[in-house]
Design a protein around this ligand. Structure first.
Ligand SMILES: Nc1nc2c(ncn2[C@@H]2O[C@H](COP(=O)(O)OP(=O)(O)OP(=O)(O)O)[C@@H](O)[C@H]2O)c(=O)[nH]1
Length: 329
């Protein structure tokens, strides 16, 4: 790790001489790689390499071949605010990581340890270059995010898998309901898919599933959530809808899928829907049971669509005196 001694911009000549000799000793011993001046009135940190032979500083990304560079904080406003807070609290010890911008636009992270002199707008201390470490950390974060996405994604269709869908749904429901939005849930199941697989092979079956996924993507809005629940079952959380609208929207899914699949194997889908009214604002602990209730009701409606002969869209309807379903054909 590289380190730089940061000096005050203006110094007493005698003090400067003493420090120069100390710097030379530190440089020779390999303890520091350069010296700098940090003026936080103008927010510029000037760094000068000292031990170019020992550390081959010319190859270092920070300096990009130069012996001296000017760095500015990546977020000057935030840093100004931070220093103002320190000043108000009369705190002089700075011990933290600051992201700077090199002249070539690259980020340079320096861990600065030392003291601030508010009167002279100066910082004095040591700055450790932790850029490599930060880059590795960011790379690790990116990889973790990728793994997290993969764990929530269906391999075949690239839609959310069951887990990913529920994470998204649980996140969305409370937000929407608290601002008075109603939601509908559609469960879409391929009709007689087992027969299609048996007659045409698994590969054709997979192709049908992929076609359904792309059709759903093009017939939904950005704010809807689409997932593949399992096997031949898809699920869509339709944003901001009521009973009537959701029936119309879901039946459009059914008709569009049928049209897309006609050219393949005349496959069709059945759809069951349930709706959560905007007035049903839940407490946070109610979300899971609301989600289970929506799924249960959509499943019941799907069952009805299958029972009545398939290739239909049914909406769950809770009559005054018990359970039941209402229809659109
Ligand atoms: N090609 C393919 N088939 C799958 C996949 N996952 C599950 N299946 C098959 O999908 C079929 C689902 O059939 P079921 O849901 O039991 O019933 P169905 O034949 O669709 O009949 P209904 O739902 O009553 O209309 C099973 O034969 C599974 O083996 C997959 O990823 N690809």
């Amino acid at each position: 790790m590289k380190s730089y001694l940061i000096q005050p911009p203006e110094m007493d000549p005698l003090e400067k001489k003493q420090q120069d000799s100390a710097i030379q000793t530190l440089t020779n011993s390999g303890m520091i790689d350069g010296v700098g001046v940090f003026d936080f009135k103008y927010f510029v940190l000037r760094i000068r390499a000292q031990s170019s032979t020992r550390h081959d500083i010319s190859r270092q990304s920070l300096l990009s071949g130069n012996k001296e560079v000017h760095l500015t904080p990546a977020n000057t406003d935030e840093m100004k605010r931070h220093i103002q807070v320190m000043k108000a609290k009369n705190q002089t010890q700075l011990n933290g990581t600051i992201e700077f911008r090199a002249p070539n636009g690259n980020s340079v992270w320096l861990h600065c340890k030392g003291s601030l002199c508010f009167k002279a707008n100066q910082f004095q201390g040591i700055a450790y270059d932790i850029t490599d470490y930060k880059r590795q950390e960011q790379q690790l974060q990116r990889e973790n995010e990728e793994y997290r996405l993969q764990a929530h994604q269906d391999d075949l269709t690239a839609l959310y898998n069951r887990r990913g869908f529920f994470v998204q749904m649980d996140h969305k429901l409370p937000l929407g309901l608290s601002r008075g939005a109603g939601y509908s849930l559609a469960i879409i199941d391929v009709d007689a898919f087992k027969t299609i697989n048996d007659q045409h092979g698994h590969q054709k079956g997979d192709h049908i599933l992929s076609t359904i996924a792309t059709t759903l993507q093009s017939y939904t809005r950005k704010s809807d959530i689409i997932g593949r629940l399992a096997g031949d079952e898809f699920i869509v959380l339709i944003d901001e809808t009521n009973f009537t609208e959701s029936l119309r929207i879901a039946d459009r899914f059914r008709a569009a899928i049928e049209a897309q699949l006609t050219t393949m194997h005349a496959a069709t889908v059945s759809i069951g829907i349930s709706t959560l009214k905007a007035t049903e604002v839940p407490s946070e602990s109610d979300i899971t049971s609301l989600r289970d209730q929506l799924i249960y009701q959509a499943d019941m409606a799907l069952y009805e669509a299958k029972r009545r002969g398939r290739n239909q869209t049914w909406h769950y309807h809770q009559p005054e005196n018990g359970t039941g379903t209402s229809t659109l054909s």
